[in-house]
Ligand binder design. Structure first.
Ligand code: ATP
Ligand code: MG
Length: 272
């Protein structure tokens, strides 16, 4: 999955990333990529379950997963599918909506820092501090001189989290306008999904190219060794989930976690 990693200080052009990409899982004459991909995803679900248990038991590392995407980009679906098998007691989702009056009275990282993971915890950010250089920029909620400073501030904030034992992974779910059209239409047409539709989403859709420019800046300026971004092809939901699960499992395996030592002298103990 290395091809989706944004190397630090490289200029990202999103038009160069194909949202339909399915990596090595092609649909061809001899194998069905999706079928194979879903088998792999099931295996990764199981591994993630074990790794999360280990993370909790060891009580040493902290794990932060950041999800960003356009509307209907699939953040909710990703959370549902990637963390399918994980013990619900072991993960926490923090969703960041438009800030409240109290949040606006503070600096933009105030509400974010409060939700950061503690030892043994895995936290998923559904939207994040990156909204403060995305929606905030696109809508001119603050002056450019204010948001432009935030890239450095965010890098330093994430560096501090990393130096305090946090493993940070950031995923941009890359869909195109056609896919968004289909998904928004599906929300409208399906009575069980309609509640998710907001007329405001159509206004945001008109600003697509502004958002792409803002995302390109985010990816170019804030992918670091301590908090890398991945551009995940996300038109195919199964491949999106597979790619994210793979990165997550590989990263957690790289932490070389161990179960803690038990109390001494337990060998001969028999429960009566
Ligand atoms: P879905 O993608 O399924 O529609 P959602 O994450 O968009 O879910 P909503 O309640 O529809 O959830 O939208 C949350 C809104 O909050 C988004 O429009 C987002 O841009 C906005 N938001 C989040 N953070 C900020 C921020 N710091 N400043 C302004 N708006 C923000
Ligand atoms: Mg929305």
């Amino acid at each position: 999955m290395k091809q989706y990693l944004v190397k630090p200080e490289t200029k990202v052009k999103l038009s160069k990333f194909d949202p339909n990409d399915t990596g090595d899982f092609k649909t061809g004459d001899f194998k069905d990529g999706k079928e194979e991909g879903l088998i792999q995803l099931d295996k990764l679900n199981g591994k993630l379950e074990e790794l999360q248990e280990l993370l909790f038991a060891e009580h040493k590392h902290k794990v932060l997963i950041v999800l960003q995407a356009m509307d209907a980009g699939g953040k909710d679906g990703t959370i549902r599918r990637v963390f399918d098998s994980v013990n619900p007691a072991g993960v926490r989702v923090a969703s960041f909506k438009a800030p409240t009056a109290e949040e606006l009275d503070h600096d933009y990282l105030w509400r974010i820092h409060k939700q950061a993971p503690g030892k043994g915890e895995m936290v998923i950010f559904n939207r994040s501090h990156y909204e403060d250089v995305l929606v905030v920029r696109v809508h001119n909620y603050v002056q450019p001189e204010v948001w432009k400073k935030r890239f450095d501030q965010i890098n330093e904030f994430e560096r501090m989290l990393a130096e305090s034992g946090t493993t940070i992974l950031k995923f941009y779910l890359h869909i195109d306008m056609d896919e968004q059209k289909e998904r928004l239409q599906a929300r409208l047409d399906d009575p069980t999904k309609r509640w998710k539709f907001r007329l405001g989403d159509l206004e945001e859709r008109k600003l697509w190219s502004n958002y792409m420019e803002a995302f390109e800046d985010v990816l170019s300026k804030t992918s670091t060794d301590h908090a890398p971004w991945y551009v995940i092809p996300a038109n195919r939901k199964w491949f999106r989930d597979l790619a994210i699960s793979t990165v997550l499992v590989d990263t957690l395996e790289g932490l070389k976690m161990k179960y803690p030592e038990s109390e001494e002298n337990l060998d001969g103990v028999v429960i009566e």
